[in-house]
Ligand binder design. Sequence first.
Ligand SMILES: Cc1cc2nc3c(=O)[nH]c(=O)nc-3n(C[C@H](O)[C@H](O)[C@H](O)COP(=O)(O)OP(=O)(O)OC[C@H]3O[C@@H](n4cnc5c(N)ncnc54)[C@H](O)[C@@H]3O)c2cc1C
Length: 489
Amino acid sequence: MKPPVLTDGDLALRPAGTAPGPWLREALADEGDPPAHLPLTGGTDADVAIVGGGYTGLWTAYRLLESDPELRVVLVEMDVCGSGPSGRNGGFVNAWWDELGLLRELFGGDRALACAREVASSVAEIGAWCERYAIDAHYRRGGMLTVSTTPLHDGAWRGSTRAARELEVPDSYREMDAGEVAQRCRSPVFRSGALMADAATIHPARLARGLRAVCAARGALIHERTRVRSLRREGSAVRLLTESENGAGEVRAGQVVLATNAWSAGWRPFRRSLVTWSSWMVRTDPIPDLIEERLGWTGGESIIDARFTVHYFHVTADGRIAFGAGGGRPGYGGRIGRSFVDDLAAGRRAAVGFRRIFPQLADVPLTDMWGGPIDVSADHLPRFGTLPGGRVHFGFGYSGNGVAPSHLGGRILAALALGSDEPITRLPIVGAVPHRFPPEPLRYPGARVLREALVRREDGEEEGRRAGWALRQLTRLPRRLGFHLGPES
Ligand SMILES: Cc1cc2nc3c(=O)[nH]c(=O)nc-3n(C[C@H](O)[C@H](O)[C@H](O)COP(=O)(O)OP(=O)(O)OC[C@H]3O[C@@H](n4cnc5c(N)ncnc54)[C@H](O)[C@@H]3O)c2cc1C
């Protein structure tokens, strides 16, 4: 198949840059563009201080206050809540049944099932929570379809569908032939696939902003536009030193939760645990009739292809297609610079993916392009835990798949901060800081070379060209070195 052609409109499209992405703009407009919560100035005390106002930090605050409404919970966010990936993601709320093969390999069958069941509960609980608090985050439970778009990717899901059958949860992730896939959504490049029922879609920023509102109403003290510069242990407390345009501040807290996602890579204990990467999205105008007529895509399924540099897409509540591409670029030394939100070449990859998968919509313009950082861990699963000393807890490593897992993460982190021993704190994703990636200056050039190789290989595969021996060896290098990243063969 020929590479797709970008339209003049696509070529004129520019990244949102540091301005809020379209989801956050919409959510803020719905709220009447409220001012940010006041920055922190001076000192304040907290039972638990949370750094980061994305889903992980906000779910943690919510769970803490649910367990004990009297707790003093202070949440510090360097921008506004939902300005990070929690307010700019692809809106997929997935369980981990498509990861069951990996989970079984890493943790064994029973513990794999325990993890997958918890994330599946989170998918359902996010919907129930939105209903309970009347948060209109456009939650829609339509399942998630993994599709092959080249014969070379057929059956990429088999490790997990086989694990699902062998662990006696065959319906959690089941294979579909090309006819069944086409009944759900038509694309000339779709082949066979697999369906995960435990999956929903949301408006990402409406969920983040809804969480912010509920946490504030329950008594969380939220300080926005306040950056935490450093932590200092002092006796039985931890001091968080902050800065904002109003000057320095300080939180003295008994317990601290670091919910800083990709920014965790800039904190010394976690530097070797993450590679920061960018992920990019585009979206169309509302075109509900065309989606129904030309694609027959009416069931609310979110869809991903089987690339490692994945394409992911869903239909929004107002009938747009939101379309993402995971093959962005790595960052140096954990820094998250401007290229994470302002990288035309990476953004255009999402547009190219859209044009290739949906040539039936060649006349439909793309209206927005935006990007954000993801936190890639060595096995692309998140980890939660506590630093030595017992007062600072962390959660990161979602690897671009954190909407449902961050709900579980909030439950785990609240339990760790409260010192509560629960089945979820015994999951195998809870424990020590994962130390795996090589240090800089090796990591960044390695990640760059690998990224270029992966994109070249997978772009070629989409055009029906099997990668040559050297390219295959290069893209399999992470697996050879013991990372669970990149193609297996
Ligand atoms: C383009 C894109 C598409 C994605 N699509 C999906 C998807 O469809 N489904 C899915 O499951 N996942 C997706 N993800 C990943 C998902 O968005 C994240 O895993 C999830 O939002 C993580 O939530 P979080 O709260 O841990 O992190 P974040 O939302 O990043 O929140 C962390 C917050 O910490 C703040 N912060 C950082 N450092 C400091 C500091 N020093 N002081 C104060 N505040 C600080 C940041 O400003 C940020 O708001 C996507 C990500 C991107 C970028």
